[in-house]
Design a binder for this molecule. Structure first.
Ligand SMILES: *Cc1c(COP(=O)(O)O)cnc(C)c1O
Length: 370
């Protein structure tokens, strides 16, 4: 008799359906016989331009020391983040990507009998983290694809430990204002941690959407989550960070692995933080790319959800799966979002002008033949 190890897995773990990543370029080349150089991948909200040019030298400098463990405290990167955000090092928790941070939060504060709240159409990493910790997922219906903050408040009870808020949200691109955030925070019960996932905030003009960082002093239950995977262009290296009260950071630092961020990632992120001019450039290029995609969608008579990120959810008003399949066959990789209750949409990341043009050309031909 072999043991059924699935049945023996913890109940929350059994409920998890594995995360589906964007299809790798090599896989599409193999499956559909498209030449590698003809493939356009706009599926994982990656930065098409890449990181600051200063990053390569910072990584190179680490190669001599690969036999050594990294600085588990991340001193240098934390110093740079302190200067950037006007915060103290004891407020920072570094993560192996911000996904690590989300997992650490659930691991530290959720167990069976406790729950965490998040919105419909919100980033799938939240339910994954909650289920893995054995907690109850409270998914709150969205309002016009955006977070319904009032309904999210109503979903909280004495057993709620966390509310995950994505601003801007992936995959919808929706966001709310500073006034809306402040009104929300003022009403969240003090025993509930508010995780503001701001993975795309570097793409937003200052003041365009809520920025929770300045509110940390006022709300000891606030955790701001940021990442180097998007505008900073370091998705491959896996670095993210949380900023919180020192007490919350102390808890998170207890549950993380001692060396959860590797030395090349630490050095690269530190170099990237120093080059804010590059982030300004990435933001302005993204805006142009977004305008290009929107103009293309307009011309095709398609509607989309206006987005504050580096991606946009476009609505075909019918099952988008066959359209996705036809795009794949021509070497264009975008992201189906049926798993997010959005079966008529595809999420498209903003690429370079050339990639956007190719995507729009292929989409036009696919729609003509559909
Ligand atoms: C991409 C993304 C992240 C970042 O994930 P990393 O683990 O830092 O690469 C976090 N939150 C949202 C909403 C995202 O879309």
């Amino acid at each position: 008799m072999t043991c059924d190890f699935l049945a023996q897995a913890l109940p929350g773990v059994q409920k998890i359906s594995p995360y589906v990543t964007g299809k790798p370029i090599e896989e599409v080349a193999r499956e559909f016989g498209v030449a590698l150089e003809d493939i356009v991948k706009l599926a994982s909200n990656e930065n098409p331009i890449g990181p600051s040019p200063k990053v390569a030298a910072a990584i190179q400098a680490q190669i001599a020391d690969l036999a050594r463990y990294p600085d588990g405290a991340g001193y240098d990167l934390k110093q740079k983040l302190c200067a950037l955000h006007a915060i103290n090092a004891n407020q920072i928790t570094l993560g192996n990507g911000s996904n690590d941070i989300l997992d650490l939060i659930a691991k530290a504060w959720v167990e069976p009998g406790l729950n965490a709240v998040y919105s419909q159409h919100a980033f799938v990493a939240y339910p994954l983290a909650i289920l893995a910790a054995g907690g109850e997922c409270r998914e709150v219906p969205a309002k016009h694809y955006a977070h319904d903050l009032t309904a999210m408040l109503q979903a909280m009870d004495a057993n709620t430990r966390i509310v995950f808020v994505s601003n801007p949200n992936n995959p919808t691109g929706t966001a709310f204002s500073q006034a809306e955030l402040e009104q929300f925070l003022a009403q969240v019960p003090s025993h509930v941690l508010v995780v503001m996932d701001e993975a795309y905030i570097e793409y937003c003009e200052q003041g365009a959407i809520a920025n929770s960082m300045p509110l940390l002093g006022q709300y000891p239950n606030l955790i701001v989550s940021r990442t180097f995977s998007k505008a900073y262009g370091l998705a491959a290296l896996r670095v993210g960070y949380a900023v919180s009260s020192p007490v919350v950071a102390d808890v998170l630092n207890r549950v993380r692995q001692p060396f959860n961020v590797n030395s090349m990632a630490l050095a690269a992120a530190a170099a990237a933080v120093e080059d804010q001019a590059h982030i300004d450039y990435i933001r302005s290029e993204n805006r142009k790319g977004m305008q290009q995609l929107e103009a293309g969608f307009s011309q095709l008579g398609l509607s989309w959800i206006p987005s504050y990120g580096n991606f946009v959810a476009v609505d075909f008003k019918r099952d988008a799966a066959p359209i996705n399949q036809a795009l794949l066959e021509k070497g264009v990789i975008v992201r189906p979002v049926a798993g997010y209750d959005m079966p008529t949409f595809l999420r498209v990341s903003v690429g370079t002008a050339k990639e956007n043009t190719r995507f729009l050309e292929v989409l036009t031909s696919v729609l003509q033949h559909a």
